[in-house]
Design a protein around this ligand. Structure first.
Ligand SMILES: [Zn+2]
Length: 260
């Protein structure tokens, strides 16, 4: 058995615990009380404690525990949903969101598996049709619109977006690493609507929403998107999620923003 100081997994800790009781059965009531106290402590703030603990786990164990939690709490409890999904997908939504770890779109909008075809990239930018060098985003658009025939495209910006800050604070003398520099240029039009008397936080907040509008405009440069929108088979939507204030702003191209 491994020395106590090197124990990392729940299973190893459990083994040590059982071994101690086996060696001296008189410890049973003491052990029972300690376990009950521990269970009560975990009950008090389970999610918070598990969240903290999960940060300390080795990567493989964190992946395993995360998957088993999902499997037990969701996959096993929704057999009809997974039977339907195994036959294919027909999501109504296509969503563009930032790769930022704080803004998972299916989490913040409560979407179920199968409801949204999702693309995540730096600052949720969408290049114009034919813009050289960005086939990944355009290929996903092609698949979502032409093959899955999604009915809605939602582009979501977010608070404290590093991609937008990089765009708005780029020093011409100091180049970002090559791929980022080329990518954030997609939203260069955001610069023209900047109020330079505002501080950088305000400019970024405004830029995060303006960048969504640039992407919504770029969507209309794809002829098959333009015709689908004009035929009302496809609708475009913009959004801005703030994890600072816990709010979501929603709008459609040309309309006022609504706070949720
Ligand atoms: Zn971002």
């Amino acid at each position: 058995m491994a020395p106590v100081s090197t124990i990392e997994t729940f299973e190893e800790a459990q083994e040590i615990f059982l071994q101690k009781i086996k060696e001296d059965p008189r410890l049973k009531p003491v052990a029972a009380k300690k376990l009950l106290d521990l269970a009560k402590e975990l009950d008090a703030s389970t999610e918070e404690k598990l969240g903290d603990l999960s940060l300390q786990l080795p990567a493989e164990e964190r992946i395993k525990q995360g998957f088993l939690k999902f499997k037990n709490n969701f996959w096993l409890k929704n057999p009809k949903l997974y039977e339907k999904l195994s036959a294919g997908q027909s999501p109504k939504f296509m969503i563009f969101a930032c790769s930022d770890s704080r803004v998972c779109p299916t989490t913040i909008l409560g979407l179920q598996p199968g409801e949204a075809f999702v693309v995540r990239n730096i600052a949720s930018m969408i290049p114009a049709c034919g813009e050289a060098g960005f086939p990944s985003t355009s290929a996903a658009l092609e698949y979502g619109v032409l093959h899955l025939k999604v009915e809605h495209i939602l582009v979501i910006g977010h608070s404290r977006c590093g991609g937008i800050k990089a765009l708005l604070t780029t020093d011409p003398e100091k180049k970002w690493s090559d791929y980022i520099q080329d990518w954030i240029k997609i939203s260069t039009p955001v610069h023209s609507n900047q109020n330079h008397s505002h501080d950088i936080d305000e400019r970024c907040s405004c830029g995060e929403k303006e960048s969504v509008n640039v992407s919504l405009s770029n969507l209309m440069t794809f002829p098959w998107i333009k015709s689908a929108v004009e035929e009302k088979k496809l609708a475009l939507h913009g959004g801005h999620y703030s994890f600072v204030t816990g709010t979501f702003q929603y709008w459609t191209p040309g309309s006022d923003k609504v706070d949720f």
